[in-house]
Design a protein around this ligand. Structure first.
Ligand code: FES
Length: 127
């Protein structure tokens, strides 16, 4: 399987990996087929700055037990949604993440869904 340079970069040095101890919400999902598990922690700023009224994602971290693509997706996804309002984050599509990563091999596209599912779960729990 051939991964893009961007996937390898995020896999080797993932951004936003870890736990937010006093998170406002946590979303955890698992893929029954491959067994991978992803957890997204959110710290929410209810008001946000004047220029961008909240609620918005002040901080986001992830823990992923999974394949290289799942880790790269978690890293790219958390980079993308940090600072977004919850509505903006909910509008992020699978293709946005795949493009951020310079593409994913076809059998790994489902890994990008796992990231979005975890994010959506965390946002819905917050709401
Ligand atoms: Fe399951 Fe990547 S193989 S998330």
């Amino acid at each position: 399987m051939i991964y893009s340079k961007e996937v390898i970069k995020h896999f080797k040095k993932p951004h936003n990996q870890g736990v937010i101890k006093n998170a406002d919400s946590v979303g955890q999902v698992g893929n029954v087929t491959c067994g991978d598990v992803m957890k997204i922690y959110l710290k929410i700023d209810d008001k946000g700055p004047k220029s961008k009224p909240g609620p918005l994602i002040k901080d986001v971290k992830f823990e992923t037990l999974g394949c290289a693509a799942a880790i790269a997706v978690s890293s790219a996804l958390t980079d993308r949604v940090k600072g977004m309002t919850l509505e903006e984050a909910l509008a992020v599509k699978k293709d946005d993440i795949v493009n951020d990563l310079g593409g994913l091999p076809a059998p790994k596209i489902h890994c990008s869904m796992l990231g979005l599912e975890a994010l959506h779960k965390a946002i819905k729990q917050y709401k």
